[in-house]
Every structure is written in C-alpha cells, then in structure tokens.
Design a binder for this molecule. Structure first.
Ligand code: 1CP
Length: 319
C-alpha cells in the first residue's frame, strides 16, 4: 500500500538527499526500496516503488513531488489547448521501470510484484487542480462545465495509464493495481457518466494479459457496484463498509481487497488484533479476499506494529 516504506528508517536512510521523483528513476534504488517492506514485514507481495505521477513526468509535464505536500504541477491543465501537452507514453519514456522490474524479478523469487498506476480521475484531479486538493473544485468545474473536454482529458489519461501498466506487466509484474484514490468525492451518477468509461478502457486494454487487475479507491462505499462494473478482478474496500456488505455491492465473480482502517495500527496490539479479526470474520466465505489496509500506511506509524499485524494475519489464515 502507498508509502509503506515511509515509516521505515532504512527507507529514510537510502532516500536521504534524493528527491522523490529522481529516486523513482534509479533502478537500483527502486529495487532496494521495493524490497525493504518485504524483508522487514514478510508481506506476501511487493508493491513497486514509484508514484502515480511518474508517467506524467515521463511524457514531459513540468511537475514535482514536494515533501510534505505531494505532486505539484507547474501549469495545470484547464483548457483544450492544454491537452496537447498530454502525449502518448512509449516504453522508452520509462526504460528505468523496465530495468528496475527486471532487477526485482531476480531478487523476489516466489514473492509476487504488484505494479500500479493512477486512474484517470485521480490523475486528472492533480493535473487540473495543480496539486493535492480537498474539494476538487477545478476538476469538478471542468467535469460539469465542459463534459467534452473532460472526456477527452480522461481518455488521454486512460491511454497513458494503459501504456504504463503494459510496460510493467511486460517487464514481469504479477498483478497490477489502479489507484483511484480520490474518486470517492463523486456521486454514483457522475461516476457512471464521467469516470467509468475511462477506467473501463484501462482494464480492457490489459485484459488479455494473465494478471489480476485490482481497482482501489477510498470513500467509495456508494461506488462499489460501479467499480465492479469497470472490469477489474479485485475491488479495494476501505474500512467504512464491512466486507460481507461490500461483496454484495460489488457483485459475484470478484475478489475484494482491504479493509483495516490504517489508524487502527496506532492502538494497542490487543485492539489491533480484535479489529483485524473482525475484518477476517467478515471476509470468511467470500469468493476471494486479499487482506490489506483500507488506505496507506501513515508516516508516523510504528513499523513494528505493521510487522506484528502481518504475523497475526498469517497465523489466523494459515491452512
Ligand atoms: O509503499 C510504497 O512506497 C509504494 C509506492 C507508492 C505508491 C503505490 C508511492 C510512493 N505512491 C504511491 C501511489 C500514490 N501516490 C497514490 C495512490 C495511492 C494512495 O491513495 O495512497 C496517490 C494519491 C499518490 C500521490 C502522492 N504522492 C501523495 C498524496 C498527496 C495527496 O494528494 O494527499 C504523496 C504524499 C506522494 C508522495 C509519495 N509517493 C510515494 C512516497 C514514498 C511518497 C512520499 C514522498 C517522500 O518520501 O518524500
């Protein structure tokens, strides 16, 4: 899950003095950081170290990841003329990704590697707002005010995202996750009309590969059915909807991923175990469940609580 490494002293040490985006372009460093949480926490899969804005940087957009803030775009995309800056992504634009995944294939052994990309809506939000946003006001202004421009923007982002996921799959990723972190800001009617077609295009574009496709969002309780329709094999659930209810909303034929509240990890061990047991109980009998946090690891989290959580889930689910 996002930024799992941020709470680790070994991560802070290797990143020292190296800006975030630059560290994503150094294959040796990417390999080391990707392996760190696997080594320490013994999780069942590695998540590729990168960021959702990496492909946008790779096609030449002037953006940066600012410490303590997140992705910041120098000139936001707001008009039809701005769309010209969103050219297609080619594998050569991200050759460091292919190289890093090649290295990881040699290191990971039987541990699967999860590749990822940002979903069109969440990427659009950063591009249109110019940075992180609580209310997505410019984004929604475009979505409601100029639906054609919006559709064209999301369509271009779908193509960039599809190309980026293909690079990761071709290089050896065993599963991919599409992060639509901020789409919970939308009502179902708007999701269906203005977002679903672009996300579905991404899942279609990679359907022919034999890799599970995971669809992640936060605050998406009311959107779970539609997210299932978009075409992924696995739908992420945050902590707000119990997994048995989430499964009813997502519909048959899909696995779920999640859904422990990351903040639970600040509670004493006994409380963490009680809350984890609740998640596992709600997941019993589902078609498939990948235990995970409902959102990212918080930077102030004690890494040992995460190691204990992984161990606990393993003891509870051992066959
Ligand atoms: O665990 C890992 O290290 C995996 C790598 C990873 C992933 C999967 C990073 C590294 N970022 C992401 C995805 C990502 N990035 C998402 C989707 C998942 C989620 O919701 O968490 C989003 C929304 C971003 C955008 C982003 N990048 C933010 C959020 C800003 C906001 O709008 O609130 C932030 C803080 C970043 C920077 C970033 N990305 C990753 C790291 C380790 C960091 C911290 C940068 C640093 O160490 O200086």
């Amino acid at each position: 899950m996002r930024q799992a490494g941020r709470s680790l002293p070994e991560y802070l040490k290797v990143r020292e003095g190296i800006p975030m985006l630059e560290s994503c372009m150094r294959p040796e460093l990417v390999t080391e950081i990707t392996l760190q949480p696997v080594r320490r926490h013994k999780v069942d899969a590695a998540i590729y170290f990168s960021d959702i804005v990496v492909p946008l940087k790779a096609i030449g957009l002037d953006l940066d990841i600012k410490p303590g803030i997140g992705p910041v775009v120098a000139e936001p995309i707001r008009t039809r003329a701005d769309l010209a800056r969103l050219r297609e992504l080619t594998p050569d634009d991200v050759s460091y990704v292919t190289e890093a995944i090649g290295m990881l294939m040699g290191e990971l052994g039987a541990t699967p590697l999860i590749g990822f990309a940002g979903a069109p809506f969440t990427l659009a939000s950063y591009l249109v707002e110019g940075g992180p946003s609580r209310n997505h006001e410019h984004t929604k202004a475009m979505m409601y005010g100029d639906p054609e421009l919006w559709a064209e923007l999301l369509d271009r982002l779908a193509d960039i995202t599809s190309a980026f996921l293909k690079v990761q799959i071709e290089a050896g990723a065993s599963a991919v996750q599409l992060f639509d972190s901020w789409v919970g800001a939308l009502a179902p009617v708007d999701y269906r009309r203005s977002v679903l077609p672009a996300s579905a295009k991404v899942f279609d574009a990679i359907a022919a590969y034999d890799v599970p496709r995971i669809h992640f969002g936060v605050g998406t309780g009311e959107l779970l059915g539609l997210m299932g329709e978009a075409g992924a094999d696995v739908v992420g659930v945050d902590w707000r909807v119990p997994l048995d209810e989430a499964a009813r909303r997502v519909g048959p034929g899909k696995a779920l991923q999640g859904n422990l509240d990351p903040a639970v990890l600040f509670a004493p061990t006994a409380a963490v175990e009680t809350k984890t047991r609740e998640v596992l109980d709600a997941a019993a009998g589902l078609e498939g469940h990948i235990f995970n946090l409902g959102h990212g690891v918080l930077p102030t989290m004690d890494p040992d609580s995460l190691t204990r959580l992984v161990e606990y889930v393993h003891t509870q689910t051992a066959r």
